[in-house]
Design a protein. Sequence first.
Length: 343
Amino acid sequence: MVRNKEKIITFGEIMLRLSTPDHQTINQTHSYIANYGGGEANVAVALSHMGHNTYFMSKLPPNQLGDGAISHLKANGVNTDYIVRGSTTLGIYFLESGFGGRPSKVIYNRKHSAITRISLDEFDLADVFEGATWFHVSGISLALNERVAEVALECCKYCHEHNIKVSFDFNYRAKLWTMEEAKPWYQRIIKYVDVAFCSFWDCNTLLDIPLDEGLENASMHEKRQNVCPKMMKKYGVTYVFGTDRVVYSATENSLAGYYYTQTTCKLTDPIKFMIFDRIGGGDAFASGVIHGLLKNFNDPDFAVNWGLNTSVLKHTIYGDACLLSCEDIEDFMKTNGHAEVQR
């Protein structure tokens, strides 16, 4: 695989994923299938498979579990030079895969994981971001604790000051913190973000962007169209991207992609698909959008379509991350009516 020269850095936690086999419930299973995953790590892996030069920044325990996570990243072409070692615990999450009308279920065990002991003085940001063109982080990292959030925030500040593009996936998780705990951090970090992956609820609730009177019963697209440009103008965000999902069952969904600028918007046609593994679909969308914007930052149409098709394809792959090449995604896009694509 020919690598692109740009340097992409993602920051966050990589965890051990323990999945029940054959759609069993957690209560009934006697064994688990083990692999590794986590939002920002998934983005690094997916972009690596698209031919990009990716680095993952984190903290892992100096034991076999930490070694296994590093082996997973290296096997997928991700550079691990910016992973520091310390503490003793790796975050774990348990996945109960849904089927039919029964949805999937996730239980976290990550409260005292190694990354929660991270410190900014463990990194030389000038070295980490030397030659970098893109930095990606998510709200999940902000939720882990203040130490992790501070490192994420300082990285965003550094990138903003040095003209490195920053993308931020809101990824609010009520299982990790309350809305009241989350809001100050989201409102601090968004000031340094170029590309936001977020919803109407994120803008309206976490960032306190008001909806104009009379739009309470409007469509979701109209509500986003009202609040997203106001959020972008207030904080200097260039693009907002996201997806609209329709759930027919745990194994059949549809997705449409959208983007907003201060003056334009687009909502794509939906793609209906069967699901083999839903985890990581949002990370795949973010990866595809980042890939598209790296090709041409002024072409959000290509980016949203590449992100949407990448996400749909990820649902057909077991594990957390999309492991497909640009050629695989391009072929799928052609079958869905996108004849003209660029890698």
